[in-house]
Ligand binder design. Structure first.
Ligand code: IPT
Length: 974
């Protein structure tokens, strides 16, 4: 039996024990001036917490997960289910336990001071020993734990700090978030000293009317407070003094004691510049605690934002304004280091979000690294701060289990105590997917008393009734609710709370269909205020293919543009031999694992555009300022007029001066040329100066309006010339390696797979249509080929009429889908070119990938890109690389030969190096082998993408009806 008292207690199977010897959480930041204990620590991994520590030490970098640093305990990915079979609070006997040890030279200068150890994060139970003596225990994997070492270490001497981190515990059952399981000491460790007389906490409240209140808690390490202490503050250099009225009232109420000191600073700041996500104005506050003789015992620095959050009726207001929440769910994530993220990496995440129009983050599903909040304050992002509670697999059992009551209250309270001074935090969240029970109400009760200045939300409570005043959620915050349900609720007359979806728009693979439809509904329906896309990251871990191990920090730089370097891949569930696992469901973000934005990001950017263009007859267009708080002066713009059959003209734009919400008509900068066909007016909008999140000249949005519609092309037949068609009715053409045939199928997207449509297509046999020629009619002019494409669900009649026209061949196609083929992937032609063409030029939506229900962010114009760059490398290969609304395109070879296609009307196309079956067969991007030629799809109709991998499918208007489909195109060679 292990004689260590911390081990003997077995705190890893005792949910009532949330900590022992841990200091209360507070908002005083001790990072600056502290001694960093980050770096190499001696390390060994034990098979269980009660196994004896041996002499076999290796090393590990702290902060870091051992699962990513060359141990045999590898990452495992599960969504809802627990990674082991044991009912809460039990854990398996095999319970990897990391023992970290290092020595610390405690500075001489700390004699007489209070010395504190801070462990930034440990998954999932932390036991602390110093020089062999038990010091403390902590749970709550994503918040720091502090321990007073004053009586334990001696200044001027060396101490040995041991952190024992137990991976599986009772706490794992309430940290069952949809993410990789890791173990380790994953945030910074530090040691700091304060005067025994110190600021134990500081609470700042700053309102947009300039009202400022700073509450200070003053303590000594032990014993009584010395007489005569007082606090002062400085706000941007202006001195604030302790509030005598507060002291007098406290004295009258008998609220002062000789060991609990409370003081308040109050002020009214004139002409305050309020904080908003658009205008993140911050003031520097320094709070000083003085001894009676005026000398400074302690100092605490804060950045203050003057702002106010309130719910009025069913509107969430910031500084009195109803705001839209353009949010995303974000995990702390990095493909090399897991949940260990640096300040710079977090900054890069937030900068990316700002550049793509996001204004809010839900810290799914735990309090994030402290840097996130500092950066959100500074860059301007609203934060829903979420407590580390998710008991998904055993949600129902745990929500009312009194053994977990402490943990629920503790986790919510510690988050609030840490983050309460951040202006960016506008809403608290009680956690995620944990059903709803008395433990939640207990936490909500504490929270409402402690911080009445912010609303709280909890999806599990809200779903008991979006309008129910009794549940612990001030916001109706459903996940993945269909647009129609949200609109219906808002129109029902029953709505009592703002409706802001905590998760929507599941970004798995090629997804985010109907985002624009969601926002059209939100912006036209009072009561709807936005939501948080699920999610920011694709959680692919960089893996060496040779030995299947995580690349870890050695993988730095071994990826680019969303793709892992040769010999590497982005691992998802199962790739580390992890069982059970939930496969690629962790690859569901709007950015690749290296933060490369997916095309869906551009869709979001345009939907969130600060400036809108609205059509206004022929002489001008209407410009609208679509922000809440800012003018347009931070933007500059250029007009573009792009003609389908002509050049793109540009002209400088003078942006009008508009207050938020205002609009005005401006004259068209161009005279529309009589020739040139279809015409689009685009405003290319960039930052006028450096923004904290974007250098001057960064593109912000590209709104556009159509000035003239397409004109139909009527190619002139060349009499007497006919098209070469072989005996089985296939087009013979020197540049085609495979003639155009009918296809009704696409490589299933994650939405197609998980939403069930792919299974139906498979059952029908759409992936293996069998073509037979019914008839080839040849004459003087056009050649008509009638084919039948058979599958389990019936036969599709397909007709192609080939006509020799000036400069090429016109192909007129008709497909007749029987009524059984309701909802196919596409109706279109597919052909392959000979090797050679490698550059695509097109007029249509672009430059990035777009689909029928994700096309709002891709402006119509002339675009070009290398064929290899048209394809989007989703982690699990699937339909990808499509371009919507294409009117004509040319495929060029390096020797300036090529072929072009002109379509009868704007259609979906794709040009890639992969057949649909190649994509379907591959499990990872690195398994794809590029074909030498191009695989070209021209679709009469292409099914929308939707978000059915978790949430609603696409809307009915993006489905393909059975019946007759016509399309035609003209092929020319150059
Ligand atoms: C929802 C979870 O909250 C989130 O963590 C993630 O798993 C997401 O789904 C899917 O990727 S829960 C789901 C049961 C709706």
């Amino acid at each position: 039996m292990n004689r260590d008292p911390l081990i003997a207690l077995r705190p890893w199977e005792a949910p009532e024990v949330t900590s022992w010897g841990r200091l209360p959480m507070c908002a005083v930041d001790r990072r600056s001036g502290a001694l960093s204990l980050d770096g190499e620590w001696r390390f060994q991994l034990l098979p269980s917490p009660d196994s004896p520590v041996t002499d076999a030490w290796g090393t590990q970098t702290v902060p870091g997960a051992w699962t990513l640093q060359d141990t045999d305990d590898l990452p495992q990915y599960t969504n809802v289910r627990m990674p082991f079979d044991a009912f809460p609070p039990a854990v398996p006997a095999a319970d990897p336990t990391g023992v970290y040890e290092r020595t610390v030279d405690v500075p001489d200068a700390w004699a007489g001071r209070r010395i504190v150890l801070q462990v930034g994060a440990a998954e999932s139970v932390l036991l602390v020993h110093v020089d062999g003596r038990p010091v403390g225990v902590s749970k709550d994997s994503h918040l720091a734990a502090e321990f007073d070492l004053s009586g334990v270490v001696r200044p001027g001497e060396r101490a040995t700090v041991r952190l024992t981190v137990v991976k599986w515990s009772d706490a794992s059952h309430i940290e069952d978030q949809d993410q990789w399981w890791h173990g380790g000491s994953t945030r910074s460790v530090l040691l700091y000293a304060t005067d025994p007389l110190h600021l134990a906490d500081v609470t700042v409240r700053a309102r947009p009317d300039g009202g400022l209140r700073v509450d200070c808690q003053v303590r000594t390490a032990d014993g009584a407070l010395p007489a005569g202490w007082y606090v002062t503050g400085k706000l941007d250099g202006r001195l604030l003094a302790q509030d005598a009225e507060f002291d007098r009232l406290n004295a009258e109420d008998d609220r002062v004691s000789d060991f609990l000191g409370e003081a308040r600073l109050t002020a009214t700041v004139p002409d305050v510049r309020p904080w908003t996500a658009e205008t993140p104005e911050l003031y520097d506050l320094t709070v000083r605690l003085h001894r009676a003789d005026g000398s400074v015992a302690d100092t605490s620095r804060h950045r203050v934002g003057f702002r106010e959050v309130e719910i009025r009726g069913r509107d969430l207001l910031l500084n009195g304004e109803r705001i839209y929440i353009r949010g995303v769910n974000r995990h702390d994530f990095h493909p090399l280091t897991g949940r260990t993220v640096t300040y710079e990496e977090t900054r890069a995440d937030l900068v990316t979000l700002k550049r793509f129009g996001f204004n809010a983050i839900r810290t799914s599903h735990y309090p994030n690294d402290p840097a996130l909040y500092d950066l959100a304050d500074e860059l301007g992002l609203y934060v829903v701060d979420e407590a580390d509670i998710e008991s998904h697999d055993h949600a129902h059992e745990i929500a009312d289990d009194p053994r977990y009551l402490n943990a629920f209250v503790d986790r919510v309270a510690r988050m609030v105590l840490r983050d309460k001074n951040h202006p960016s935090v506008v809403i608290w969240s009680l956690g995620n997917e944990s059903d709803y029970g008395a433990n939640h109400d207990a936490a909500a009760g504490w929270l409402r008393r402690h911080d009445p200045t912010r609303p709280l939300q909890y999806e599990g409570a809200a779903k008991r009734g979006w309008a129910d005043p009794a549940v612990a959620s001030d916001i109706a915050c459903p996940m993945y609710a269909p647009i129609e349900d949200c609109v219906a609720h808002a129109l029902s007359g029953e709505q009592t709370k703002p409706l802001i979806q905590c998760e929507y728009g599941h970004a798995m693979g090629n997804s985010n269909g109907t985002l624009a439809d969601h926002w059209a509904a939100i912006e036209s329906t009072p009561g709807l205020q936005g939501g948080f896309i699920w999610e920011f990251w694709d959680h692919g871990i960089l893996q060496r293919v040779s030995d299947g191990r995580p690349a870890g920090r050695a993988g730095a730089g071994l990826y680019d543009n969303g793709v892992a370097a040769p010999g590497h891949r982005w691992a998802y569930g199962g790739d580390f031999g992890d069982l059970p696992n939930d496969g690629a469901f962790c690859a569901d973000g709007v950015v690749f694992p290296d933060r490369t934005p997916k095309p869906a990001m551009y869709e979001h950017r345009e939907i969130a555009a600060p400036l809108r263009l609205e059509c206004f007859r022929h002489e001008g267009v209407v410009i609208r300022n679509h922000q809440h708080f800012r003018g347009l002066d931070w933007l500059r713009a250029e007009w573009e007029l792009s003609l389908a059959d002509g050049p793109t003209l540009t002209a400088p734009a003078e942006l009008p001066s508009l207050a938020p919400g205002e609009s005005t008509a401006v004259r068209l900068p161009f005279r529309l040329p009589r020739k040139g066909g279809e015409a689009w007016l685009t405003l290319r909008v960039r930052t006028a100066d450096d923004e904290p999140w974007a250098p001057r000249g960064t593109e912000v949005c590209v709104p556009q309006v159509r000035l003239r519609g397409p004109s139909a092309e009527s190619p002139v037949p060349v009499p007497g010339r006919s098209v070469e068609i072989d005996e089985v009715g296939l087009l013979v053409h020197p540049l085609l390696a495979a003639a155009p045939t009918l296809t009704l199928w696409r490589a299933p997207t994650d939405n197609d797979e998980l939403g069930g449509t792919a299974g139906r297509w498979q059952a029908w046999g759409l992936d293996r249509l069998v073509r037979t020629v019914v008839e080839v009619r040849r004459g003087d002019g056009p050649v008509t080929v009638v084919s039948a494409y058979a599958c389990e669900a019936g036969a599709v009649r397909h007709e192609q009429v080939f006509t020799a026209v000036e400069g090429g061949i016109r192909v007129q196609e008709t497909a007749e889908l029987p009524p059984e083929l309701l909802d196919v992937a596409r109706v279109g032609s597919v052909f392959e070119t000979v090797p050679g063409p490698d550059l695509l030029e097109w007029y249509g939506r672009g430059p990035w990938e777009s689909y029928p229900d994700r096309a709002a962010g891709a402006p119509v114009g002339h675009h070009s890109a290398p064929v290899d760059e048209l394809f989007t490398p989703y982690l699990r290969p699937q339909e990808s690389g499509g371009r919507h609304g294409v009117r004509h395109f040319t495929l060029w070879a390096p020797d300036a030969t090529g072929l072009s296609v002109r379509l009868d009307e704007p259609r979906q196309i794709s040009v890639t190096r992969h057949r649909a079956e190649d994509l379907t067969a591959a499990g990872h991007h690195d398994e794809l082998v590029a074909r030498p030629g191009c695989v070209v799809h021209i679709d009469a109709a292409h099914r929308g993408l939707g978000t059915a991998s978790c949430g609603p499918d696409t809307s009915a208007s993006y489905l393909i009806p059975p019946g007759v489909h016509h399309w035609s195109w003209t092929l020319r060679t150059h």
